[in-house]
Design a protein around this ligand. Structure first.
Ligand SMILES: NC(=O)c1ccc[n+]([C@@H]2O[C@H](COP(=O)([O-])OP(=O)(O)OC[C@H]3O[C@@H](n4cnc5c(N)ncnc54)[C@H](O)[C@@H]3O)[C@@H](O)[C@H]2O)c1
Length: 428
């Protein structure tokens, strides 16, 4: 299904939101397949260290821009992935009007670029378009149960409108457009302070703070590991013919928040207790994707079990040094603004802006020794053993030793939490 490497080498892919959690993994996967990759990001929630491995590479271009302003790239693109939008509730609610703008005006700008260049387009939509669902699991033909005036509406309704735009462009035969409805995804490079379930629980456990549980913790979520999700996005972009309908991408394994918290306690070896707080407004009670369509049309289903993915995520957070814990860079949010900065304000990687090729572009060269991503779990555990993990003073040494031990344990099926809940065909 995937295009040949030779074909890809002639193609340029734009990833809007490419410095974010999912976008950076997607950029890497595309780059690794031979594409030329253009990352457009306003760094609202994205982080420079997410794209350390790509910065300075000849086939990678970074443009710091808000997609709410029209894009003038100065070169044609063949494919566009639109992932630009803060995904965590505290982040997208911080400036709700900008969130709606991003979903509506930003998506329009990218769709118009797709029309102009004849590019294929993939919209990163979300399970949030189902709202607090009354149908379970959620199939793509379920129309949802969304509050259009609540605090989550800027995102939920924004994403619904973005889907509307996509399918109006399809009906008008203006572009080849695909829509992925992404369910909760987690993994390395999540922002540790973004307020999402996995990042919250893991960071609290690592820092030996109480684990915050909203409501009684019996509400359920599904958790898809990032590599599985990226594979689904790539397949959806490649698939022929165009499915012409939205496709759910997520892991149908369903866990209560209490179960996830218990697993996090086990993997981190934390003695943290649980603290129960009221459920936020419009928080959905149950979430689980029906992925029959993705299986049938894309031959895709997730492979990484929750336990394995969570362990990789714990390792990533445990290895973040203290500088990476600073709040993410806030966007200058000015269209066409080049950025120049010193190395001290961008976290662990030292960034040198060398040259501006286009008015809205910065080329970055990054000291790879500091920021090389892909932290192989075993290498980390060895480093922590060697230096006591003192790069990061927030995480107690006892936790680091416990995580090292978990990494070395054989992956058998001995304990209930190790087994997790099994759902046929999901690996979870
Ligand atoms: N991670 C998930 O569980 C999940 C679930 C459903 C949908 N999604 C969708 O996937 C996409 C990526 O999510 P993520 O988890 O990587 O979030 P993220 O916040 O890490 O990434 C979003 C990226 O978009 C950038 N951005 C935001 N507004 C922008 C704008 N106006 N112009 C340019 N760049 C902008 C941010 O700086 C960031 O780099 C989002 O569109 C989100 O709605 C994610």
């Amino acid at each position: 299904m995937r295009r040949s490497r030779k074909a890809q080498q002639t193609q340029t892919v734009l990833v809007a939101g490419g410095a974010g959690f999912l976008g950076s993994h997607l950029c890497e996967a595309l780059f690794g397949s031979g594409y030329r990759v253009i990352c457009v990001d306003n760094f609202l929630t994205g982080r420079m260290e997410n794209i350390t491995s790509l910065a300075g590479q000849p086939r990678f271009r970074l443009i710091e821009q808000d997609i709410c302003s029209p894009l003038e790239l100065g070169e044609p693109v063949h494919r566009i992935f639109n992932l630009a939008c803060a995904a965590s509730p505290p982040r997208y609610q911080a400036d709700p009007v900008h969130t709606t703008r991003t979903c509506v005006i930003g998506t329009l700008n990218l769709l118009d670029l797709a029309v102009r260049d004849g590019a294929r387009f993939l919209q990163a939509s979300t399970s949030e378009i189902y709202g607090d669902p009354q149908q379970h699991p959620q199939r793509e033909d379920y129309l949802g149960h969304v509050n259009c005036t609540g605090p989550r509406a800027c995102y939920d309704e924004g994403k619904r409108t973005a889907e509307t735009l996509c399918f109006d462009y399809v009906r008008a035969d203006m572009a080849d457009i695909r829509v992925a409805r992404i369910f909760n995804t987690y993994g390395p490079r999540m922002d540790p302070a973004d307020g999402r379930i996995v990042s919250n629980l893991v960071m609290q456990a690592l820092e030996k703070r109480p684990l915050t549980i909203f409501g009684d913790g019996r509400q359920t979520r599904s958790f898809c590991y990032v590599t599985d999700l990226v594979e689904g996005l790539l397949r959806l972009m490649d698939v022929e013919p165009n499915p012409l309908k939205p496709i759910n991408l997520g892991n149908p394994g369903e866990f209560t928040i209490l179960e996830v918290a218990g697993l996090v306690q086990e993997l981190t070896g934390t003695g943290s207790t649980m603290k129960f707080l009221p459920l936020p407004q419009d928080d959905p009670r149950r979430r689980r994707p029906d992925i029959a369509r993705a299986k049938a049309l894309l031959g895709w289903s997730p492979k990484v079990p929750l336990r394995q993915g969570l362990l990789q995520t714990v390792v990533y957070f445990a290895d973040l040094d203290d500088k990476a814990m600073a709040p993410p860079l806030m966007a200058s949010a000015k269209a066409g603004a080049s950025r120049s900065t010193s190395s001290s304000d961008v976290g662990p990687a030292s960034v040198l802006f060398t040259q501006a090729e286009h008015p809205s572009e910065v080329l970055v060269g990054i000291d790879k020794q500091l920021g090389e991503q892909s932290r192989a779990a075993e290498a980390i555990s060895q480093r922590h053993r060697a230096d006591g993990g003192r790069r990061n003073r927030r995480v107690p040494a006892t936790s680091l030793h416990h995580i090292s031990r978990m990494l070395r344990e054989p992956d058998d099926d001995a304990s209930p939490t190790r087994r997790g809940r099994h759902h046929p065909g999901t690996g979870s």
